[in-house]
Design a protein around this ligand. Structure first.
Ligand code: GRG
Length: 296
C-alpha cells in the first residue's frame, strides 16, 4: 500500500484534469467548478477509496476516476450547502464560498456540473472495460454504491432531514442518528465499499470495512458537531457556531460535549477492531485515530 500523502498527491494532481470541457460560452462554469475543487480539502473520501482498493489487491490507477468522482460529489455538496438557501456560509476550506466568488446562479450550476461530471467519469471508466464481464460487474456495483449513497435515499435524504430539523420543537435521538448516518457517513462508507468492490474483495471483508466506515463516518459528524461548538475558525476554514445560530440541534448540543467525545472514542475503537484482521499495515487504524483528533 502507499502512504496517505501519496494517495492525496495522486488525487490532487489529477482531480481538475477530469473536469469536462464546458465550451467557449461556459468557461466560467469550469472555472467555478475548478475553484471549489482546488481551494483545499483533506481528500479523505477519495483516499479511502484508493486505499481500500489497494489493500484488497485492486489497481489504484483504474480506481482513480472513481475516487475523483467521489470528491466531485463531496465538493458539489459543500457548494450547495454553503448557499444562502441552505447553510448560508461565506467561508469554505478557508476561502470565500463558491457563491461569494461566482454568484448564486453559477454556484448552483457548478454543483450540478460536478454531480453530473461524477456520473460521467464513472460511466466512462466502465466503458473502457469492453468485453471483461467480471470487471464490468465489479464496476457496476461500485458505481451503484457511490451514486445511491450520494442520492435521495442517502446523503440528500440526510441533508433534507437536517434542514427540516431547524427550529423544530422535537429533535429525537433517532432523527440525529438519521442525519449523521446519511448526511455524512454515507459518503464515507460509499468510497470504502466501492474501492473494495472494484478490487473484487469478498463479502466478509466488505462487511468488516462497512462497520469501520460507518463508525468513522458517524464519528466524523459527531466531531464536526463538537468543532461547531468549540472549533477554531482559522483551522476549520469555515464559520463555527452555525448550528446554534440557525436553531439546529446537533449531537454535542443534545448529549453534551463530554458524552459526544466519549462516544466518538468508542466508535473509533470499534472501527479499528472491526478491521484488525485485515489492516496488517495499520493504514486504516492510523487514519481512524487521525480523524478522532482532527481540528479541521
Ligand atoms: C447539499 C445534498 C447536499 C448535501 C450537503 C456535506 C453536506 C451535505 C453538508 C455539509 C455540512 C457539514 C459541515 C457536514 C459535516 C461533515 C462534513 C461533510 C464536513 C466536510 O467534510 P470535510 O471535513 O471537508 O472532509 P474537506 O473540506 O476537508 O473536504
Amino acid at each position: 500500500m502507499r502512504s496517505f500523502d501519496e494517495y492525496k498527491e495522486l488525487v490532487d494532481r489529477n482531480l481538475v484534469t477530469y473536469l469536462p470541457d464546458t465550451g467557449r460560452y461556459a468557461e466560467v462554469l469550469r472555472d467555478s467548478m475548478a475553484y471549489s475543487l482546488s481551494i483545499g480539502g483533506k481528500r479523505i473520501r477519495p483516499i479511502l477509496l484508493l486505499a481500500a482498493c489497494d489493500l484488497a489487491g485492486g489497481d489504484v490507477d483504474i480506481a482513480l476516476p472513481y475516487a475523483c468522482a467521489v470528491e466531485f460529489i463531496h465538493t458539489y455538496s459543500l457548494i450547495h450547502d454553503d448557499l444562502p438557501a441552505m447553510d448560508d456560509d461565506d467561508l469554505r476550506r478557508g476561502k470565500p464560498s463558491n457563491h461569494k466568488v461566482y454568484g448564486e446562479a453559477m454556484a448552483i450550476l457548478a454543483g450540478d456540473g460536478l454531480l453530473n461530471s461524477a456520473a460521467e467519469l464513472i460511466a466512462k471508466q466502465a466503458l473502457s472495460l469492453r468485453g471483461d464481464a467480471d470487471a464490468l460487474y465489479a464496476h457496476a456495483r461500485a458505481a451503484y454504491e457511490i451514486m445511491s449513497r450520494a442520492g435521495a435515499s442517502g446523503m440528500i435524504a440526510g441533508q433534507t432531514a437536517d434542514i427540516n430539523s431547524e427550529n423544530s420543537e422535537e429533535v429525537s435521538e433517532e432523527l440525529i442518528s438519521f442525519i449523521e448516518l446519511h448526511k455524512t457517513s454515507d459518503l464515507i462508507s460509499a468510497p470504502v465499499r466501492a474501492g473494495l468492490m472494484l478490487a473484487k474483495a469478498d463479502d466478509e471483508m466488505i462487511e468488516a470495512y462497512t462497520t469501520y466506515a460507518v463508525n468513522i463516518g458517524v464519528g466524523f459528524q459527531i466531531l464536526d458537531d463538537i468543532l461547531d461548538i468549540e472549533g477554531d475558525e482559522k483551522l476549520l476554514g469555515k464559520t463555527p457556531g452555525k448550528d446554534n445560530e440557525q436553531g439546529k440541534c446537533n449531537y454535542a448540543s443534545v448529549h453534551g460535549i463530554d458524552k459526544a467525545k466519549s462516544d466518538l472514542h468508542k466508535l473509533t475503537e470499534e472501527a479499528k477492531q472491526a478491521v484488525s484482521k485485515y489492516d496488517n499495515e495499520g493504514f486504516f487504524t492510523a487514519l481512524a485515530s487521525e480523524l478522532e483528533t482532527r481540528k479541521m
